[in-house]
Write a protein that binds this ligand. Sequence first.
Ligand code: NAD
Length: 485
Amino acid sequence: MDRFQHYIDGRFEDAAQGFDSIDPATGTPWARMPAASAEDVGRAVVAADRAFGTWAATTATARGKLLYRLADLVQEAAPRLAALETRDTGKIIRETSAQIAYVAEYYRYYAGLADKIEGAHLPIDKPDMEVWLRREPVGVVAAIVPWNSQLFLSAVKLGPALAAGCTVVLKASEDGPAPLLEFARLVDQAGFPAGVVNILTGGPEAGVALTTHPKVAHIAFTGGPETARHIVRASAENLAKTSLELGGKSPFIVFDDADLDSAANAQVAGIFAATGQSCVAGSRLLVQRSVKDAFLARLKAKAEAVAIGAPDAMETEVGPLCTARQRDRLHGLVTETLAAGAKLVTGGQMPQGAGFYYPPTILDCSDVPDAPSVRQELFGPVLSVVTFDTEAEALQLANDTAYGLASGVFTRSLTRAHRMIRGIRAGIVWVNTYRAVSPIAPFGGHGLSGHGREGGLAAALDYTTVKTVWLRTSDDPIPDPFVMR
Ligand code: NAD
C-alpha cells in the first residue's frame, strides 16, 4: 500500500496512529494515512505561530513571489495530483484534471493580490494628529476542508491567507486526504519557510484540537452545517473569527420561455457533475408547469445516457461516491422520499457490485414539496423536482429553504431575470448558466450555507485586521490630561 505523511514545521513525518484510505471505485484499502493526534495538531499550531512573526514581516511582494512559484508547481503537478484525488475520492479524472489545473489560477490571483492589500490614511478631525490604518494579518489560520475538491477548497483559503501574511495549519478530510498530503511536497519545494504551511489529516479529534487551540486566530471551514455548529462552539474557547462555507439546497429555476436544451445541459452539469457531491449542486429543480413534461423528458434521456464507470477512465461522466457511508445515507433519503409519495423518473436503485456507485436519479416531488430530498442536502446525484405556475410562486419556492448558497435562473426575459436576481436569497445567482466559478468572484452563502466569502479581494481582507495608528505631530508638551481631545 502507498504511505503518506504529515507536513509539520517544514518536515515530513509519520504519526503514531494511522488509518487505511479506501478506493471508492473498488471499496478496498489502497493507502495508509497518518492520523493526527491532539499533540501533533498542537505542534503544528505552535510551529505556525512561531513562523507568523517572520512571515508577516516578509514583504508582501516576496510573499506573492512564493505564491506564484507554488502556482507553477501546482500546474506542473496537476496530472499527478488529479490522479491521486481520483484514486482517493472517486471524483472522475476529467473533473480533477480540469479543476486542479484551474487551482493554479487561484494561487496566481492571490499572488498578484499580496502587495495590493492596502491600508488607509484618515482625514482626521484634529490638526496635530496623523491617523492611518494598517492592514495586518490576523495570525494563525486553521483551515479545515471536506473530501470533495480538497485542492480547490484549500486554495481558496491558503491563497488569501498566505497573501495577507497569515500562517496556516490545514487539516485535510480523513476521507480522501492523499491529494493534500501530496500537495505538501509542492509547498516544501516552493520554498515557504518552515511552519508557514502545515498540512495534516485526521478526524474530529484533530479538528477539535485545532479549532480550540488558543493560538488559532481564524478558522476557515468548509463542510456540513452540523460540523460547523461544533466549530462555532469550539471557537468560544479561543474566540477565533470563523468563516463557514457549508452546504446548499440550491434552486435551479426553469421558466417556460427558457432555451430548454441549454437549460437541460446546465441542469445535468449542475446535479450530476462531481457525482452530485458539490455544495452548489442545483439539487432542487423548480420548473414551470407548462414545460415540465418537455423538460423532464430531456433530463431523463440525458440522465440515462450518462457514462457511469471507473473514475480514472477519461470517458466516465459519473463515478462512485466518496464513501459507503455517503451512499447509504443518500439511498436512505431517496427511499424515504419515494415512501412520502414522490414519483421516480429515473435511477433510485442501489447498484450491485464493488465500489460506491449510485445512478443519476430524478425524483418528481411536485405532490410532496416537503419530502426529505427537497428539504435536505443529499450530496449525491439526485435531483428533486417541484412544479410552479407563476413567477411569484417560483420565487417563494426558491427562498423556501434554510440554505442560501447558489441558484440558477433560466429565462429569455431580461426583466424577469432582474426581478429574480433581486428576489432570490442566495450568495450566488447564475442566469442562463450554472456552476461557473473564478478566483476573481466571491463565493459563499448565508443561513445554513454559512457566512463569509471566499474568492475575490474581500477574501484576502478577511484574513487581515485593522490597526489604527495615532501619531501626534506637535512638539508642544501634552496639555491638561483630564480633557480628551
Ligand atoms: P463534514 O462537515 O463532515 O467534514 C468536513 C471537515 O470537518 C472534515 O475535515 C472533518 O474531519 C472535519 N470535522 C469533523 N468534525 C469536526 C469537529 N468536531 N471539529 C472540527 N473539524 C471537524 O463534511 P463532509 O461530509 O466531509 O463534506 C460534505 C459537506 O461539505 C456538505 O454539506 C457540503 O455541502 C459541504 N461543502 C461545502 C462547500 C462550500 O464551499 N460551501 C464546498 C464543498 C463541500
